[in-house]
Design a binder for this molecule. Structure first.
Ligand code: SAH
Ligand code: SF4
Ligand code: F3S
Length: 464
């Protein structure tokens, strides 16, 4: 059973505000602005909530001042993510004073984690709900508009799988599709299992039907989403795992590229590597978060693999798919991490030669075991380690990218470059960003591009 912690708290409800609010209810085409923090799951959830808003006669705006409703979809993976959310929401206080009818909504993982903290730190917020009751957003909003009561509604768990709504995606040619919700891994540093609940896999037929519909509407690339996609299907009665799902998706006519994130090294099977090697559409990019190169720290993190097991997976990938890119996530300064342990991470990074890495300073998250561990690493040590690691990784990234100079790669064109309106930005199958001269007519097309110059973070190219 879900515990619906429903705290309705009346706000200064003067007559004028209530009247204005009623007017809002009748006014057509109000405007919304969304701010999304965190991972792809949040990006996907925002798309769903935007669609709900459109169905309630809202339309999108990019201007804060024009918005009748601003929605924050928040993340709490690290303290910095929370501070960023609180900073942005706090900065709206003035706007809210100027326009009391502005509705501020806080959703997502930070709301799920601690709604009381949200109410305390940003009291000018009107509506707070969590990850498990996102589907209630329209009802909660209508209720708020009718009674003008600040509304907080958090469910401890969801009631099984929430139906997927047809939604307008960010791009018309690329879309994310949820395959597994939640996480059962309980890595000792991580808040996700507490804010996203237990692992639940969507049925293969629902996923396939969703992708087929997307492809009929012009989508060429899908990204399958889950905190740990490799554990897909573990709750099914009949054996059907992530490889089986990929085999079916690979058969879909008209689909060009399949990506997935994130895959956990613990469940990364030989069957999966073989499936990817034999497939047509699954991109040659492996994001395999290692977190630490020290067996001792990996154990303390409850990651469920050793350095050796990880290196074996890397070797198999390199052998079966030689042109694959491999990327990772690494945490420095986990409690008890000695200089020696950190050195093991540096050695591993040097051995693997990652294409790129997301590197993070350990951030204690209250409620997780690691936050309570002794031997917390001082912040200046953490910063120094991060610096060293980033330098090492940047050198590898540049070296690996340099080897691509002169090659012709297939690119899915995504958008006009953020930095130069005469240039386009796209992605290779190995997930590298490539910038090249072109025009908007190329967006959504797959074209060959020759790499002319390699940089640490992206490639420069020319169409051929
Ligand atoms: N499910 C994915 C990770 C999702 S979170 C996986 O297991 O691979 C993305 C990344 O954030 C993690 O890989 C980890 O490197 C980092 N991270 C998670 N919790 C953190 C914390 N408390 N402090 C610092 N980094 C953290
Ligand atoms: Fe967090 Fe670990 Fe689950 Fe990834 S696998 S979401 S790091 S608990
Ligand atoms: Fe953040 Fe929630 Fe994703 S905590 S990383 S938005 S699952």
């Amino acid at each position: 059973m879900n515990k619906d912690t429903n705290n309705d708290i009346a706000v200064n409800n003067d007559m004028e505000n209530s009247l204005n609010n009623t007017n809002n209810l009748e006014k057509d085409n109000q405007k919304f602005l969304t701010v999304t923090m965190g991972c792809q799951m949040n990006v996907r959830d925002t798309e769903i909530m935007e669609q709900m808003l459109r169905e309630m006669n809202y339309e999108a705006t990019h201007e804060q001042e024009d918005a009748d409703l601003i929605l924050f979809n928040t993340c709490c993976i690290r303290e910095t993510a929370e501070n960023k959310a609180y900073g942005r929401i706090s900065s709206l206080k003035k706007l809210k004073e100027k326009n009391p009818n502005l509705i501020i909504v806080v959703a997502g993982c930070m709301a799920q984690k601690d709604q009381e903290a949200v109410r305390k730190r940003v009291p000018h917020v009107d509506l707070v709900f969590g990850t498990h009751n996102l589907h209630q957003f329209p009802d909660l909003l209508q209720e708020f508009k009718r009674y003008h009561h600040v509304k907080t509604s958090i469910w401890e768990e969801d009631e099984g799988l929430v139906p997927v709504l047809p939604t307008k995606r960010k791009y018309s040619f690329s879309a994310s599709v949820n395959i597994v919700y939640g996480c059962n891994n309980f890595c000792t540093y991580c808040i996700v299992p507490y804010v996203r609940g237990r692992e639940r896999s969507r049925l293969p037929e629902d996923i396939i039907a969703e992708i087929k519909e997307l492809v009929e509407n012009g989508v060429k690339e899908v990204t399958l989403l889950g905190q740990n996609v490799n554990s897909y299907g573990k709750n099914f009665k009949e054996a059907f795992d992530f490889s089986d799902l990929l085999i079916e998706i690979d058969k879909i006519d008209g689909l060009e590229r399949v990506r997935y994130m994130t895959s956990h090294p613990r469940d990364f099977s030989d069957k999966l590597i073989d499936t990817i090697a034999q497939s047509q559409k699954i991109c040659e990019h492996f994001h395999l978060p290692i977190q630490s190169g020290s067996d001792h720290i990996l154990k303390e993190m409850n990651r469920g693999y050793t350095r050796e097991m990880y290196m074996n997976i890397v070797a198999k990938i390199r052998q079966r798919i030689p042109n694959a890119s491999i990327t990772t996530d690494i945490i420095v300064g986990f409690p008890g991490e000695t200089d020696e342990n950190f050195q093991e991470t540096m050695e591993l990074v040097n051995d693997v030669q990652y294409d790129s890495a997301f590197t993070f300073i350990f951030s204690p998250r209250s409620g997780t075991p690691a936050a309570k561990m002794e031997d917390q690493v001082p912040i200046d040590v953490k910063k120094e380690r991060l610096q060293k690691l980033m330098e090492l990784q940047n050198n590898s990234s540049l070296r690996i990218n340099k080897a691509l100079e002169g090659q012709i790669l297939q690119v899915l064109v995504e958008k006009v470059s953020d930095h130069n309106s005469d240039m386009m930005s796209g992605r290779t199958r190995t997930n590298k960003i490539i910038i090249f001269p072109g025009d908007e007519g190329m967006i959504g097309k797959l074209i060959p591009v020759q790499v002319t110059r390699a940089q640490t973070w992206n490639l420069m190219g020319e169409t051929v």
